[in-house]
Design a protein around this ligand. Sequence first.
Ligand code: ZN
Length: 147
Amino acid sequence: MADCLMCTQETADENSVVFRDQLWAAEVVAGYDVPGWLILRVRRHAERITGLDQAELATFAQRTQDVVAAVTEVTGAPATYLMVFGEAYPHFHALIAPRGEDVPAEMRAGNILNLRRDHAAPAAAAALVPDLRAAYQRRAHAASAAA
Ligand SMILES: [Zn+2]
């Protein structure tokens, strides 16, 4: 869908991509480019978790765990949030946001979304992608070797 932000990520710059497989992708998304933040999205336009097919459902948990682990490893954040709203963009996606030590108490939990405005740093967010990619690949390979 041309007006869907998640669909338009299919043509996003390669430098924003942490991984893409047949079903899922994780990328730095403009407008959500606080350093360390990623969006994990289903690649086809499927709306809400109820719109996922069996293959997508079966792989979602592992992809999510691997992306959260990679973000946590690279940022060293004491907490990494996993958020699914489906309000502005029903195309199923999850926002993965590390919450650093420096984030004050009043900006934690749901209020972390306010960091979008004042803490967006596209260059710094992009600079983390190679390390995130490497951390994700290590996780993903370890998981498939154990299977
Ligand atoms: Zn879409």
